[in-house]
Design a protein around this ligand. Structure first.
Ligand SMILES: [Zn+2]
Length: 373
């Protein structure tokens, strides 16, 4: 009894520490001494359990007040906490509270509740995929070649001789609190419960080999730069015939020569002949995978924007398309011939050439303002 350390001291907090401080201190200890991070390290495992026990008492106001008054004796056998010994499963069951679900599934401690071995999972493979705007607009099926780990032919498995196939090793230690059963992941099979029986020369110690494989990936329409698509089960094979990881496809968008993308909308800068802007004309503009004609009305001002409804990109996982926004820029000739100059000089003082904005021609700042409304 006398060799048990003080619970506050174990967690490194003061006697007056509040619940948040205690939780934070325990998180730190649990992460540091977690058996999955310190495989086979008995001292770390003991520290891990010591911290869990301290937290179990100090996080419960009733147990904590008994401990404060009577010391370890106040929370000993019969108090409900440690009567039958606290095993690893009890400790891990605390984690939902302490780590807020971060340990659910996959992470260490996440798959222990069943008590059996856990199937080893292969790692994810990441590949980048460059796509043109045309491919993004339509969606595309692409074949990619990856170099990945696959199960080698002819490998046979048997139960791990260290853990007998359970994936875990159990020890029983006698403590003040009674028999404490401790379990940790088998360090020989990493929890898989299996080991290789017969291994062909091309297989590694986990029964895997590297191989090139062509994988077909379906890209839905409307994806964007930086998006990650996950193809389930197409990553590296799992060790010891486990489950494969995923193939993660990271989208890279190739710039279009003429169209600029903004979400589901496309933008096009159209340069219009000065005379066409004055007299009106039909012009051709590029669209995704084609062309469209648009009408420039007589008297069109530079800076006007035309909206082609539905000519943008499809919206990912929804119905509908964005728009194609055509920005009209009236081209001012940089050089004119002598004859042209003479014509223009005649027009210089014409009444209809005098700027006379009537409110329909909004200035630049007004248009910017409108964009944010
Ligand atoms: Zn084992």
């Amino acid at each position: 009894m006398s060799n048990k350390r003080d619970y506050y001291e174990i967690l490194g907090v003061s006697k007056g520490a509040d619940a948040a401080e205690i939780k934070k201190a325990y998180r730190k200890m649990a992460l540091k001494y977690h058996p999955d991070k310190n495989p086979g390290d008995k001292a770390a495992e003991d520290k891990f359990k010591e911290a869990a026990e301290a937290y179990e008492i100090l996080s419960d106001s009733d147990k904590r007040s008994r401990y404060d008054r009577f010391g370890h004796a106040g929370v000993g056998s019969g108090s409900g906490g440690f009567g039958g010994g606290m095993n690893m499963d009890d400790i891990f069951s605390q984690f939902g509270d302490v780590f807020g679900g971060a340990f659910g599934g996959g992470g260490f401690g996440g798959s222990r509740s069943g008590g059996g071995s856990r199937t080893a999972r292969g790692t994810n493979l990441r590949v980048k995929m460059k796509l043109t705007l045309e491919e993004i607009a339509e969606g595309v099926t692409k074949k990619i070649k990856v170099n990945k780990l696959v199960n080698a032919d002819g490998v046979t498995y048997k139960n791990c001789s260290t853990c007998g196939g359970s994936g875990r090793v159990t020890r029983v230690a006698q403590t003040f609190l009674g028999a404490m059963q401790t379990q940790s992941t088998c360090h020989v099979c990493q929890g898989a419960g299996k080991m290789i029986d017969q291994r062909p020369s091309d297989a590694d110690a986990q029964g895997l080999k590297r191989q090139e494989e062509v994988i077909e990936v379906q890209i839905p329409a409307g994806v964007e730069e930086g998006m990650q698509l996950s193809v389930s089960g197409k990553g590296n094979a799992g060790p010891f015939n486990g489950i494969p990881g995923d193939l993660i496809v990271v989208i890279e968008e190739l710039a279009h020569e003429e169209l600029r993308r903004e979400g589901e909308n496309l933008h096009y800068e159209a340069f219009v002949n000065f005379v066409d802007a004055v007299l009106g004309e039909s012009i051709e503009i590029p669209t995704i995978g084609g062309k469209a004609k648009i009408k420039i009305e007589p008297g069109t001002q530079s800076g006007k924007m035309l909206r082609l409804k539905g000519k943008g990109l499809p919206i990912l996982q929804r119905h509908g398309h964005g728009d194609l926004l055509v920005h009209i820029n009236v081209w001012t000739p940089r050089k004119v011939s002598k004859e042209e100059r003479e014509i223009l000089e005649k027009l210089r003082n014409s009444d209809s050439f005098k700027p006379n904005p009537d409110g329909n021609e909004k200035g630049f700042f007004q248009r910017v303002k409108d964009m944010f409304q």
